[in-house]
Design a protein around this ligand. Structure first.
Ligand code: SF4
Length: 548
């Protein structure tokens, strides 16, 4: 197959905050140095921001460094009057924590919509001359003849039918070649899976761990209780997850009587019958939340995983020809419940390193390791190192959680054991209890919606006639061991109702609805047999977030 080859100095794979900040920073640095740098940024979503979803409270530190004039440039900010309230929820009530730990103070930060924010960063990048190609998924890393040096990325073919044969509109993917490739695919990227395995980027590191968030943007009536609340940023723990499952809820005030509401569930949970979406509905039914969102209407819904493992799970950040940034590099600060600012800063440090490599005409790992050195000398390191055991402490069960967290607060992050081990999320399910609690009833289709309505409100669509992007290497395993031991947890942990178990001739049969996929990656992370591989569908498919 003849493929078009395009040459750039730097290719950024992924249009999230890390790569967008990196591309902007690189263009500006290069201009200051009087150097012309050709940059390309590809994004699998139909448009920049359409696959971006986060809480999201933004620490403005990185944005201020990147674009000090962000306010006059029209940066979309939802709320700057941030007043924190942290609550422990019991099934029917709540206890407000009298003190907010210093690292959770949000005064001086801003509530944003990450999808709007990324779309805006995309326009800034484009104005500076970055070549942005939305609708193009990076599906394969390109290597030199040694097979160990990354020299670019291949985008996915378009117009391949379900059965794998080309259709009349077939367009081969393009080979984008570059001196430096920056991988910023977000959590559990499919390129990182392949590159990481080939080059051993995670060798000697602790297993990466993740959380899944289900989030909605809700429009409230003009007269609503949240506007009179003393808090504009609410975080909760306890109900509905209890103290044995990591996670918690959030409710943030946005513009135009809108709120962002979500529940984050640690994917190291043990109960195979747990369903994050149902837990989200239970959270929404809690009296504290009901009182604040009454009369509202869900405008948009989505789901996303967070790479929550932190410092000890960070992969090798540089290799010959490539760098890793943002969630792909586990830059989230679990302790502060924030990762956009660290992602952006990582992209900026990658940009500085890439420029250095271009100036020296040497993009070997030896030069690109300057990125890790820059990171170690930056505030990213101070933040993430102080939080290095925090996610692991939250994974402790019951009151042990408070002891482990308390010990860290008293010891500057070291805690009782340093380092605290992480556990692969795929290995934590326990067989045993196989009856699920009754699902939340009385969904009104407006404020309380089912999964399929949520998929509809995410805007998720895919070309139907294409190969399934969810690869199940051993389908028989799904209907034998996985069904018998765990009752097919994919049918519950997937927030998009992509996996359904049917009965055919008296036997269970797994049915896939790949068009519903929200691109959250929960399935690849949590499947207990690692029997689901998520690959990029045809570019442009997936959710179409605009306000999440
Ligand atoms: Fe998320 Fe996987 Fe379900 Fe898609 S199929 S929505 S990636 S869990």
């Amino acid at each position: 197959m003849q493929r078009e080859q395009l040459e750039f100095d730097v290719v950024f794979v992924g249009g999230g905050p890390a790569n967008l900040a990196g591309a902007i920073h690189l263009k500006r640095l290069a201009a200051q140095a009087g150097r012309e740098v050709e940059i390309c940024l590809i994004e699998k979503a139909e448009s920049i921001g359409a696959h971006s979803l986060s809480g999201a409270v933004l620490d403005l530190k990185a944005l201020t460094e990147l674009l000090p004039d962000y306010a006059t440039r029209g940066c979309p900010i939802e709320e700057t009057d941030l007043r924190d309230g942290i609550f422990y929820l019991t099934p029917r009530g709540q206890i407000r924590l009298p003190l907010t730990p210093a690292f959770m103070h949000n005064a001086g930060c801003a509530v944003i919509s990450l999808s709007k924010f990324c779309a805006w960063l995309g326009t800034v990048a484009e104005e500076l001359g970055v070549n942005i190609f939305p609708g193009f998924a990076g599906v394969e890393a390109l290597y030199d003849e040694s097979g160990r040096r990354v020299v670019g990325v291949r985008t996915g073919d378009k117009g391949i039918g379900k059965n794998g044969t080309p259709k009349s509109n077939m367009e081969p993917g393009v080979d984008l070649r570059a001196a430096v490739t920056v991988l910023g695919e977000g959590p559990k990227g499919s390129l990182m899976r392949e590159v990481g395995k080939r080059l051993g980027l995670c060798d000697g590191k602790m297993p990466q761990t993740f959380e899944t968030a289900v989030k909605e943007v809700i429009e409230l009536p003009a007269a609503n209780a949240f506007q009179d609340s003393p808090f504009t940023v609410i975080h909760t723990f306890g109900f509905p997850l209890g103290l044995d499952t990591k996670g918690g809820g959030f409710l943030y005030r946005m513009r135009e009587n809108r709120v962002a509401l979500g529940l984050v569930v640690g994917l190291d949970y043990e109960n195979p019958m747990l369903e994050p979406y149902q837990e989200f509905l239970r959270f929404k039914r809690h009296p504290l939340i009901v009182g604040l969102i009454r009369g509202g209407k869900v405008l948009q819904q989505g789901a996303k995983t967070l790479a929550a493992g932190g410092w000890y799970t960070m992969p090798q950040l540089a290799m010959d020809g490539a760098l890793v940034v943002g969630d792909s590099a586990c830059m989230l600060n679990t302790r502060r419940l924030k990762g956009i600012h660290t992602a952006m800063k990582s992209g900026m440090l990658a940009a500085e390193t890439a420029l250095d490599a271009l100036e020296r005409a040497d993009a070997s790992a030896a030069v690109l390791r300057g990125y890790a050195d820059r990171m170690a000398a930056s505030w990213i390191r101070s933040e993430l190192f102080a939080a290095r055991n925090f996610g692991q402490a939250l994974s402790r069960k019951g009151l042990g959680k408070f002891i482990a967290v308390g010990a860290q607060l008293l010891t500057g992050g070291r805690g009782l054991v340093d380092p605290m081990q992480t556990v692969d999320d795929a290995a934590t399910l326990k067989a045993g209890q196989l009856s699920a609690p009754a699902p939340v009833a009385d969904l009104d289709g407006k404020l309380y919606i089912d999964k399929l309505t949520g998929v509809y409100l995410s805007g998720a669509t895919h070309e139907e006639d294409q190969p399934c992007h969810l690869l199940i290497p051993d389908p028989e395993l799904c209907v034998t061991r996985c069904w018998q031991t765990f009752r097919s947890p994919c049918t519950r942990f997937c927030p998009g109702q992509v996996y359904e178990m049917e009965t055919e001739g008296g036997r269970p049969r797994l049915k896939l609805n790949p068009s519903n996929c929200l691109h959250c990656k929960t399935c690849e992370i949590k499947d207990p047999y690692k029997n689901i591989l998520w690959s990029c569908p045809e570019g442009g498919g997936g959710p179409k977030f605009t306000i999440t």
